[in-house]
Write a protein that binds this ligand. Structure first.
Ligand SMILES: [Zn+2]
Ligand SMILES: [Zn+2]
Length: 271
């Protein structure tokens, strides 16, 4: 598994295969430049085209853990699930992602129609083939470009008001079961505290193994609560920046230390 000397971890970031700004190669180059040792590219419903294992980038070794971030629905809320694999990502999981991306492409086309967005092009071939994951951000950006909204925020508000862009209709608990069945280690991405209190037991019963507690904007108090929850339900903690590359946010300013990920790394190497 990950090299023992690895110290700086970031297990949550995005590329332009979903709603990140930079292509996977550029993201790796930035990881190298900023001195990260172990990373995971966690695109939405997509396995990034970077093989798991060691990559030497600009003379620096970076260990990549195969991963993805899956969207699911529970009780009227959309939640995200991080899935990490001990080695290669199994074909069945990739097939699942491809289907989800095709559903996203359909949803994108449906939203253009429902909102009557003249001048917007439908999903491209890569999106229809499930090689690229279309998100609300893509639609919002296209709306601004075509003059249907002045700012991204206006575009997002349009979706919210009209419900024209429904959440991915896949159950979160089914996502957990599916990921575990295919050998993935699951962690609830950026869990909202209130929802964690309400739903955590249900998700643990479905097979959830982790909570993403190490994040840039989590208060010390909430982190403590997540730690308590993890202890109670025998969960591991994971962490990452959820970096997308927009708004000038710099990769590497946030990282997680090995000591905080030890139980997760043990679970991953035992899987
Ligand atoms: Zn997310
Ligand atoms: Zn994310």
């Amino acid at each position: 598994m990950t090299p023992d000397a690895a110290r700086r971890f970031d297990l949550h970031m995005h590329t332009n295969r979903s709603d990140g700004r930079y292509d996977p190669e550029e993201v790796l180059a930035r990881c190298a430049a900023t001195g990260l040792d172990v990373i995971a590219l966690t695109d939405h419903d997509l396995v990034a085209p970077v093989s798991p294992g060691v990559h030497t980038v600009d003379g620096r070794d970076i260990f990549v853990i195969g991963a993805a971030e899956i969207s699911g629905h529970h009780d009227g809320h959309e939640f995200h699930l991080l899935v990490y694999f001990p080695g290669e990502i199994p074909e069945e999981f990739r097939t699942f992602c491809t289907r989800q991306m095709q559903a996203r492409a359909d949803r994108y086309a449906g939203a253009i129609e429902q909102l009557d967005l003249e001048g917007l092009e439908g999903p491209d071939e890569a999106a229809k083939a499930g090689e690229r994951s279309l998100t609300r951000l893509h639609l919002a950006q296209a709306m601004v470009e075509a003059g249907h909204a002045t700012h991204l925020r206006d575009a997002f508000n349009t979706f919210r008001d009209t419900q024209a862009v429904p959440s991915i209709a896949f159950s979160f608990t089914d996502a957990i079961r599916m990921a575990v069945t295919h050998g993935g280690i699951t962690s609830w991405a950026h869990p909202p505290m209130q929802h964690a209190r309400t739903y955590l037991k249900t998700f643990v019963d479905a097979g959830l193994q982790g909570l993403e507690a190490h994040r840039p904007r989590v208060s010390g108090k909430d982190r403590k609560t997540f730690k308590k929850m993890a202890k109670r339900y025998n969960l591991v903690l994971t962490g990452g920046s959820d970096w997308h590359g927009w708004n000038g946010h710099q990769l590497g300013l946030f990282h997680v230390n090995r000591v905080d990920l030890e139980p997760f790394l043990e679970l991953l190497s035992a899987a």
